[in-house]
Design a protein around this ligand. Structure first.
Ligand SMILES: Cc1ncc(C[n+]2csc(CCOP(=O)(O)OP(=O)(O)O)c2C)c(N)n1
Ligand code: SF4
Length: 263
C-alpha cells in the first residue's frame, strides 16, 4: 500500500479521492520504485503528501518542465505529472503546448475541476460561460477551452479523458499512458463539491468509448462536448500514435557535437 496515513484535508466528497485511488492502483501496478510523481500547486497538489512515492511539488504552472527535467536526467523512471486545470490550462499553458508538440516522455494527468479551487473559486479556462466566481462576479463571458481539442492541435501522441468516479477505467488509462512512449495526456473530470459540483451532470452524461480511435474520429469525438453544452461526455482513449520522443533526440547529441554542427 502506498497510501500514507497523513491527515487528508480535501473536502469530504471531493473528486480527488477517486483520482487518488486510481493513481495508487496504477502506481502499484507499474512499480513504486520506478515512479516519480510531480505535482503542481492547488488542492490536487496535496497528492504528494498522501502517497508514499518519490515526488516533487513544483511551482504553480511549472510542473510540466520539472517533469521533463526529471525524465531527461533519469530516463529509467516513469514520470507522472499530476496537475490542476488552473495549473495547466491557465498558469503555464505554454508548457502543455510544447511538451505535447515535443512528445516529452511524461504522463500528464489533469485534475480538471474547472476552477482555481484552493484559492476559493476563480474561473479557469475550462469554466463554462456564466461561471460566477471571485474574479467573475457577473459571470464569465469567455467560451471555455476544450483541452482535448487543444491536445489534438498540439500533436499530442496519447489523448484520453477519465472521470474520477470511474476509477477502474482511470487506473487503466494511467497505466496505458505510462506505458506509452511519448507524451500521454489524460484529462480527468474531477468534480469540486465545494465550488463547482459537476457530479450530477457527469453522473448523467458520462459514457465510455472503446479506443483508440483514428485521428479524425478521435478529434470529432473530442469535439462532441464543448465544456458547457448538455451533450453526452465521452471518456476513454481518444487517440494514440507512436512517434519519436524528446529523450531519444537529446541522448544521442553531445554538447561538442552541437557546437560543431553546421546550422
Ligand atoms: C505563481 C503562482 N500564482 C498563483 C498562486 C496562488 N495559487 C495557489 S493554488 C492556486 C489555484 C490552483 O488551481 P488549480 O491549479 O486549478 O488546482 P486546484 O486547487 O483546483 O486543484 C493559485 C492560483 C501561486 N501559488 N503561485
Ligand atoms: S475545494 Fe474543491 S477541489 Fe479542493 S478539496 Fe474541496 S472539493 Fe476538492
Amino acid at each position: 500500500m502506498i497510501k500514507l496515513d497523513t491527515k487528508n484535508t480535501w473536502c469530504p466528497g471531493c473528486g480527488n479521492f477517486g483520482v487518488q485511488k486510481a493513481l495508487e492502483d496504477a502506481i502499484e501496478k507499474i512499480g513504486v520504485e520506478k515512479t516519480v510523481l510531480v505535482s503542481g500547486i492547488g488542492c490536487h497538489g496535496k497528492m504528494c503528501d498522501y502517497l508514499d512515492v518519490k515526488s516533487v511539488c513544483a511551482l504553480h504552472g511549472r510542473a510540466i518542465p520539472v517533469s521533463q527535467g526529471v525524465k531527461i536526467g533519469n530516463s529509467e523512471y516513469n514520470v507522472i505529472c499530476s496537475v490542476g486545470d488552473g495549473d495547466t490550462y491557465n498558469e503555464g499553458m505554454e508548457h502543455f503546448v510544447h511538451a505535447a508538440k515535443r512528445n516529452a516522455d511524461i504522463t500528464l494527468i489533469v485534475h480538471d475541476n474547472r476552477n482555481f479551487a484552493l484559492t476559493a473559486r476563480q474561473f479557469t479556462a475550462t469554466s463554462p460561460r456564466g461561471f460566477v466566481g471571485a474574479s467573475t462576479p457577473k459571470g464569465s463571458f469567455e467560451k471555455p477551452l476544450n483541452p482535448l481539442d487543444l491536445a489534438f492541435s498540439c500533436n499530442a501522441s496519447f489523448i484520453a479523458r477519465g472521470f474520477s468516479s470511474k476509477m477502474d477505467q482511470l487506473t487503466d488509462l494511467i497505466i496505458q499512458g505510462v506505458e506509452h512512449k511519448g507524451f500521454s495526456f489524460i484529462e480527468i473530470l474531477q468534480p469540486c463539491v465545494a465550488w463547482f459540483n459537476t457530479f450530477p451532470v457527469y453522473n448523467e452524461k458520462v459514457y465510455q468509448i472503446e479506443g483508440p480511435l483514428s485521428y479524425t474520429e478521435g478529434r470529432e469525438k473530442a469535439r462532441e462536448w464543448d465544456y458547457e453544452s448538455d451533450s453526452p461526455i465521452a471518456t476513454g482513449l481518444f487517440y494514440k500514435e507512436e512517434r519519436e520522443v524528446e529523450q531519444q533526440n537529446r541522448k544521442e547529441v553531445s554538447v561538442d557535437e552541437i557546437l560543431k554542427s553546421k546550422i
